[in-house]
Each structure stands twice: as structure tokens, then as C-alpha cells.
Design a binder for this molecule. Structure first.
Ligand SMILES: Nc1ncnc2c1ncn2[C@@H]1O[C@H](COP(=O)(O)OP(=O)(O)OP(=O)(O)O)[C@@H](O)[C@H]1O
Ligand SMILES: [Mg+2]
Length: 578
């Protein structure tokens, strides 16, 4: 899997702005609250100046009551403002997160199947969770912090100049130093942050892959390699963290030093101003307090840059996922109304992105209701791809498929999938009851229809022997069932759908010839009034077909390929032959 492309901060912002747009007025309100906070702080500092100059220095208790009351009032106001701002910013962040997560999840689910196969699940998961968190931080939290810091800085600097402009000018000398230091560090920080975000994603994919294939890992004694891979990723994360920490520990002392020098200069100049009576003691103290307040936003702003880069690295990974094209649907696509089940492939070519040859090449054939068409061919000849074309799970590279004469791209994807039931080659079951697994095809179906479908798929008898019959939970991916049992559940699910087109991808894998016959026989009657495409390797299954289409390396071959190996006697364990 390729790394996500690097984006500039502005690009990240413009990419996600449409998602944040509905919240913009709430964000403006947040900025107003943010701006109110430093104004209150400045008022408090000026009040403090009065306290020194009017109460402490002349040792006069008179004005204390009034000043004290004002202090209490400002304090209450500040509590209300900061509480309101805190709640509002969390609310905006969460609203943004919910909407972005939902749209991204919907998008990922709609991606063509091959993308799901090519991407690592763990990687996608970490994009959906932590990387989307980074997008939120970028779009809402950090931007609010940044705007807040800039506003505070502006207000405090203005107050400094208002108090004593020449002293203020002197104290600003350290600003270029700050600027220089932070831009110098920003470059390092950017690389480290990106590395950190990427490592996080690969750790979960490595873990996910090993855990999902635990039976394989154990059976082949590959625990050590799996642990090694995991260890390497964790080490990588640790190294990225250490690199970040090294940068921090070089950066912070320099910032501290610049700050200290600034304060010392002001104290020197301030004392001089005090001695020449150009400033009162209260004024000097207020000035130092304001200056102390200035450094905080400057510091925040210089911390903000690395945080933004880190968040941008996460955001890039989300952008990459969002940029994958979904299966195309025409804007004026119509639902497939009253499907009858005529299927026609016209010069269909499919090439998976990145593949060197076509999975299907100029395939043309048709199938009509009432027919069972077997599709046979060696492994990798494109049979499953053909099924995916019908369910619109891959894009056509060339040619077209028509259903009842309508080209598929003119029909909505949802209505096509509703009319084409498919038994996938790789059986997929959910961790719920047997009944719910079958009814997945049609959640409205009552118990009668579910059991009828199970009988048709020759599953009813084994289901009744399960501990809780149809209500037995079948565990993660149906692991508590045998392969053939899973196969039959999956068939029952497709039959329940009652669709006009039924595509069965190797429905008899894992079944003995008798069981295969038992599920194929009712299939013949199910074929009345619908079109059945039966993808199979199984000679037993081919017997049930009206017609056979041979595929080889993605093209239709006219006749049955000759059997290259004549049937050989099967050797038995005792050395003889049967
Ligand atoms: N997601 C994918 N990305 C790239 N190539 C793919 C992908 N899925 C399948 N292919 C390729 O497309 C070709 C046809 O695959 P397909 O799964 O349709 O074969 P099949 O006839 O169903 O094989 P089998 O009998 O083994 O199930 C193969 O060469 C395969 O390597
Ligand atoms: Mg296949």
C-alpha cells in the first residue's frame, strides 16, 4: 500500500472545509468567546495596577471595596466565558467528528471490492478512528487555539503599547528570535510528526493481520515472525516518539532563554523608567504581568505548528481514503423496475487496477429466465469477477452488461443488487443467530420463509440439531460451523432473497457429492422463472446446468477444453489402487 501523498496545510483545510461549513457560525461564536477571555484578563491586570497604585502604595483602604467588587465581577464573567467556550468547542468538535466519521465510513463501504481486498483492514480502521481524530484537531481544535492565541497576543501587545509604548517596543525585540527558532524547528517537526502518524496505522494493520490469521500462524509455527513484525512496528513508533522528544528538549530551553532575556531587559528598562518617574510601580508590575501573558500565546503558537503538521499527516491518510472513487452510478440512473432476469454480457472487459492482464476479456454471452447456465473454467479464469460484474462490485473497463435490455450503468446500484442474489465464493457469516444470518438477505422475512429457504438449501436438518436450533449463535465468522454447513447457510440466505437473478459462486465447495446433489436438485425448481448462473468446478454441478460457458484466462472458449489428464486410478494408502 502506497503512503498517503503529502499535502500542504492549506490543501488539508480546503479539503475538509465543506464538512465544517455547517458549523461555521458556531465557530464564529467560539471566536467571540475566545476574544472575550483576554479582554477580561487585561481588565483584571489594569485593576491590579489600580490596586497597587491606589491601595497598596499609599496604604489607603478606601478604594479597596470598589476594586474588590470589580475583581469578583470580572472573575465570575471570566468563569462564564471560559466555561461556555469550553463546552461550545467540545460540541463543535464532536459534531464535526460524527459527521466526518459517518460520511467516511459510508464512502469506504461503497468502494469497489478490489480496494477492500488490496487495503489492510487494520490500516483502514486506524484511518477511520485516530486519523479522523487528527482531522478534527486540525479543523476545529488547533485552529481555534491558533485564532485564540493570535487574538490574545494582539490584545496584550496593544495593551502593552497603550501602557508604555517605548518599553513595549523594547520588549518586542525577542519576537523575531522566537520566530526564527520556531521556523527552524518546524521542518524537523514536520517529518517526525508524519512518521509518527504513519507508524500508528501500520501497527494496527500488522496486529490485525496476525490475529485474523491466528489459525494459520499457529499451524505453521510462525508466531516468532508475527511477533517480530509487531515488535519492529512498535520499535518504529518508539523511535519516532524519541525523535520528537529530542526536538522538544532542544527547542524548549532555547525558548525559555529567549523569554528570560526579554523579561530581564524589561525589568532593567522599567526600573530606569520608574526612577525617572515615567512609570508607577503599579504600572511596571502591570507591564510585567501583561508581558508574561504575551509569552504564553507565543509559546502556544510555536507549539501549534508541530501539532498542525502531525494532524495534517493524519488528515492526508483520510484524504487518500476519501479520494478513492466509489463504484460509478449515473446521476440519472433509474431503479430496475419489475426485473425479469435477462442477463447479457457484451464484450465485457475488466482489468483490476494495477493488474498486468485483463481478468475478463471481451466476454459475451447471455442467460434467460428459466435457465441454469454453468460457468466453468480453471482457477483464476475470471469466474468470480464475472459474478462481481453483475453485482456492480467492480467497474467495467470496456463493454457493457444489460439487464432486461437496460445497460447496468443506467440502473441504480441498489436496485441491481436487490435483483441479483449472490452466494459468494468466500462464505461470509456474521456473529449472530443462524436465523439472523439467513434473514440478512431480507430482514422482513418471517420464520416460515427463513425455514423454507433453509430447507431448499438442505440446511434445515443440521440447523435443527444445533443446540438452540435457528437461534444458535454461530460465533465470529461462523467458525463454530463446518465448511459445508457454512456453505449451505450462505445458499439459504441467497435463496431467501427471491431475486430474479441468482449467482452461485462455487456453491458446492466443501460438500460431498450427495449433499451437493441435495442442494442442486431444489435449485432446478428454483430456476423456474429466474436466471441462475452457476459458477463451479464440480462435475456434479455441471450436470444440473442447461448450458455451459467455458472461461479460460478471462475469455470464453467455444467448447469444453480437452481433458489434459485422463482419469487416473486413485492410489490408496495401502499402495494398491481403487
Ligand atoms: N482484487 C484484485 N486485484 C487484482 N487482481 C485480481 C483481484 N481479484 C482477482 N484478481 C485477478 O483476476 C483474475 C480472475 O480472478 P477470479 O477471482 O475472477 O478467478 P476465478 O475464476 O474465480 O478463480 P477461482 O476458481 O480460483 O475462484 C485472477 O488472475 C486474479 O489474480
Ligand atoms: Mg472464484
Amino acid at each position: 500500500m502506497a503512503d498517503a501523498p503529502a499535502l500542504r496545510l492549506v490543501q488539508v483545510f480546503t479539503h475538509f472545509w465543506p464538512q465544517a461549513r455547517p458549523l461555521r457560525w458556531w465557530m464564529v461564536l467560539g471566536v467571540v468567546l475566545l476574544a472575550a477571555a483576554p479582554l477580561i484578563a487585561i481588565a483584571e491586570i489594569f485593576l491590579f495596577q489600580r490596586l497597587v497604585d491606589d491601595v497598596l502604595v499609599p496604604a489607603d483602604l478606601g478604594p479597596l471595596l470598589g476594586i474588590g467588587a470589580l475583581f469578583v465581577g470580572l472573575n465570575v464573567l471570566s468563569a462564564v466565558v471560559s466555561g461556555g467556550d469550553d463546552y461550545l468547542s467540545t460540541w463543535v468538535s464532536q459534531r464535526f467528528l460524527v459527521s466526518l466519521r459517518t460520511t467516511t465510513f459510508r464512502h469506504v463501504l461503497a468502494l469497489p471490492l478490489h480496494l477492500h481486498e488490496q487495503r489492510r483492514l487494520g490500516d483502514v480502521l486506524s484511518r477511520l478512528t485516530s486519523d479522523i481524530g487528527s482531522v478534527e484537531a486540525f479543523m476545529v481544535r488547533y485552529l481555534a487555539n491558533g485564532v485564540g492565541a493570535v487574538l490574545r497576543l494582539l490584545f496584550f501587545v496593544a495593551a502593552l503599547f497603550w501602557l508604555q509604548w517605548d518599553l513595549a517596543l523594547a520588549s518586542m525585540l525577542v519576537v523575531p528570535v522566537f520566530w526564527l527558532i520556531s521556523t527552524k524547528f518546524a521542518g524537523f517537526v514536520k517529518d517526525v510528526s508524519r512518521e509518527r502518524a504513519r507508524r500508528g496505522g501500520s501497527l494496527s494493520s500488522v496486529a490485525e493481520e496476525a490475529l485474523a490469521s491466528a489459525p494459520l500462524v499457529q499451524a505453521y509455527n510462525r508466531e516468532d515472525e508475527a511477533v517480530d513484525g509487531f515488535h519492529r512496528q512498535t520499535r518504529g513508533i518508539a523511535e519516532a516518539e524519541l525523535a520528537a522528544s529530542r526536538i522538544r528538549s532542544a527547542f524548549l530551553p532555547v525558548v525559555d532563554l529567549a523569554e528570560l532575556v526579554g523579561i530581564l531587559c524589561v525589568i532593567g528598562l522599567g526600573t530606569w523608567a520608574l526612577s525617572t518617574d515615567r512609570l508607577s510601580l503599579g504600572g511596571l508590575l502591570a507591564f510585567l504581568a501583561l508581558m508574561g501573558q504575551c509569552y504564553r500565546p507565543i509559546r502556544e503558537l510555536s507549539d501549534l505548528l508541530p501539532a498542525l503538521f502531525a494532524a495534517a499527516a493524519g488528515a492526508e491518510r483520510v484524504v487518500e481514503l476519501l479520494d478513492e472513487p466509489e463504484v460509478h452510478e449515473d446521476a440519472d440512473a433509474r431503479p430496475w423496475a419489475h426485473p425479469r432476469g435477462y442477463v447479457r454480457f457484451e464484450d465485457v472487459t475488466v482489468r483490476y487496477p494495477g493488474a498486468h492482464r485483463d481478468a475478463l476479456h471481451d466476454v459475451s454471452f447471455s442467460a434467460s429466465p428459466g435457465e441454469v447456465v454453468a460457468i466453468v473454467g480453471p482457477s483464476g479464469s475470471g469466474k468470480s469477477t464475472l459474478a462481481r460484474v453483475l453485482t456492480r462490485q467492480v467497474e467495467l473497463t470496456a463493454g457493457q452488461v444489460t439487464l432486461d435490455g437496460h445497460p447496468t450503468e443506467r440502473l441504480t446500484i441498489a436496485s441491481t443488487r436487490a435483483a441479483v442474489a449472490v452466494v459468494l465464493q468466500e462464505v461470509m457469516l456474521l456473529d449472530t443467530s443462524v436465523r439472523a444470518n439467513i434473514a440478512y438477505a431480507d430482514p422482513e422475512a418471517g420464520p416460515d420463509r427463513v425455514e423454507e429457504a433453509a430447507r431448499a438449501a438442505d440446511a434445515d436438518s443440521f440447523i435443527r440439531l444445533l443446540p438452540a436450533g435457528y437461534d444458535t449463535r454461530i460465533g465470529q465468522r461462523g467458525r463454530s460451523l463446518s465448511g459445508g454447513q457454512r456453505q449451505r447457510l450462505s445458499l439459504a440466505r441467497a435463496l431467501l432473497r427471491g431475486s430474479k437473478v441468482l449467482v452461485l459462486d462455487e456453491p458446492t465447495t466443501g460438500l460431498d457429492p450427495d449433499s451437493a446433489r441435495r442442494i442442486l436438485t431444489p435449485l432446478r425448481s428454483a430456476a423456474a422463472g429466474r436466471t441462475v448462473l452457476l459458477i463451479t468446478h464440480d462435475p456434479v454441478a455441471v450436470e444440473f446446468a442447461d448450458r455451459v460457458v467455458h472461461l479460460d484466462e478471462g475469455t470464453i472458449t467455444p467448447a469444453a477444453p480437452e481433458r489434459r489428464h485422463p482419469a487416473r486410478p486413485i492410489p490408496t494408502l495401502s499402495g494398491g489402487t481403487r
